[in-house]
Design a protein around this ligand. Structure first.
Ligand code: GDP
Ligand code: MN
Length: 381
């Protein structure tokens, strides 16, 4: 789960990482009041779950409350990379002398959290990594040993921070970022830029914070931060129905039972020259209820041109799934053609049930590859 900048900053503050005072606003008038309360110059910042807001015009300095109101008016409703701005974070403006970059993320290859730090902040970190790799200091933390204070010093000296005051403050922030990362079960905690003010004060000017979905049950106060309006409709539908669903960007909707089968179905569709629009895992169940739920979720996505139902009967019997599919078709209108491949336990009975009922938009195929080819062909028709 990705957090908004202001939510990430709330977590930062809780763990002792310095941030600027700010207020949330959803209307230009609220922005004006927020600026009044904060006093002096403020920054009006679009809150969207994507980066590059500055470049897109979603971050503006405002000199007084009326200016904040008009900047807010301009930014609200803006589309930034497909995300519509509905919330603003109004923050007391900072003076910036230097912009650094600090992040902690999971290095899956190394199976360890990885710190990255550079004094070349404020810009895309990918660019620094590509053009000035020597300026990017990388350091793994052994999760069993935990974070050690020498690691913060290694980052700071490695990036050649010379000012002793900066060294001390950054080292402290590094330790606190590790605490926040572990304490919140984060997957990513990024500060870009980590600024130094002309007075030599170091603080987090931005926050990108991602929490592991599977750990949200341990953090109800973070789970509550989720903005349901920002979740795509089909994902919201899936969550409500308890269906495992992943959105992709092709045209074949995929439904299977079991994660492994679903994964290989994606490959088979690609092999047949098509692209999956999404995938749904029915799990162990193949009853009408489960099939209806999954089909409802899949067909919310307007990109779906055909549906590939790939079932391997094990504990789930194919005849049950076949009946589930027919009941589902009775209960709902489905515009897209459906290709069904049934194999495994009671596959023949299952296919027979489908053949006898013979719904117009349903095509039964004997093998996974034939079914994939059919689904891809129907998606193109
Ligand atoms: P991003 O573009 O989505 O990464 O948003 P950031 O929060 O990182 O802001 C982008 C840029 O806006 C920063 O790198 C700063 O240069 C500028 N900015 C943000 N807040 C302030 C501020 O308080 N004062 C000044 N002078 N510039 C700011
Ligand atoms: Mn940033």
């Amino acid at each position: 789960m990705d957090l908004y900048e202001y939510q990430g900053k709330q977590l930062f503050a809780r763990f002792g990482i310095p941030v600027s005072a700010g207020r949330l606003a959803t209307t230009p008038d609220e922005a004006r009041v927020a600026a009044e309360e904060l006093g002096g110059q403020v920054v009006v910042k679009a809150q969207v779950l994507t980066g590059g807001r500055g470049k897109a015009g979603g971050i503006k300095l405002a000199d007084d409350p009326d200016d904040a109101r008009s900047k807010a008016h301009r930014i609200l409703g803006m589309d930034i990379g497909g995300h519509v701005v509905r919330r603003l974070w109004i923050e007391r403006a900072s003076e910036i002398a230097k912009e650094y970059y600090l992040s902690l993320t999971f290095d899956r290859g190394a199976k360890r959290p990885l710190f990255m730090f550079t004094t070349e902040g404020g810009v895309d970190i990918e660019e620094v990594a590509a053009t000035k790799p020597e300026a990017l200091v990388r350091l793994h933390v052994d999760p069993f040993e935990g974070f050690q204070p020498w690691q913060a010093r290694a980052l700071v000296y490695g990036a050649r921070v010379e000012d002793p005051g900066e060294q001390k403050q950054i080292a402290a922030i590094v330790g606190k970022l590790y605490d926040a990362f572990v304490g919140c079960d984060a997957m990513l905690a990024e500060i870009n830029p980590l600024i130094v003010t002309p007075a030599g004060e170091v603080k987090a000017l931005d926050s990108k914070f991602t929490v592991d979905d599977n750990a949200l049950f341990k953090h109800p106060e973070i789970a509550e931060m989720r903005d349901l309006d920002a979740v795509p409709v089909e994902e919201r539908a899936a969550r409500e129905k308890g269906v495992t669903y992943v959105k992709l960007d092709g045209e074949v909707g995929i439904l299977g039972n079991g994660a492994g089968l679903v994964m290989s179905t994606l490959d088979v569709i690609a092999n047949a020259g098509g692209r999956p629009a999404n995938f749904c895992d029915l799990g162990g169940g193949g009853d009408a209820e489960g099939v209806v739920d999954a089909l409802e979720v899949i067909t919310v996505d307007p990109q779906v041109r055909s549906i590939f139902f790939n079932i391997f009967g094990g504990i789930t019997r194919c005849d049950e799934v076949a009946r589930g599919i027919l009941q589902a078709l009775d209960r709902m209108e489905i515009a897209q053609p459906i290709v069904v491949r049934l194999d495994g336990t009671n596959a023949e009975e299952g296919r027979l049930i489908l053949q006898e009922a013979a719904p117009a938009n349903l095509h039964a195929e004997a093998t996974m590859l034939e079914a994939a080819e059919r689904a891809v062909e129907l998606a193109r028709a």
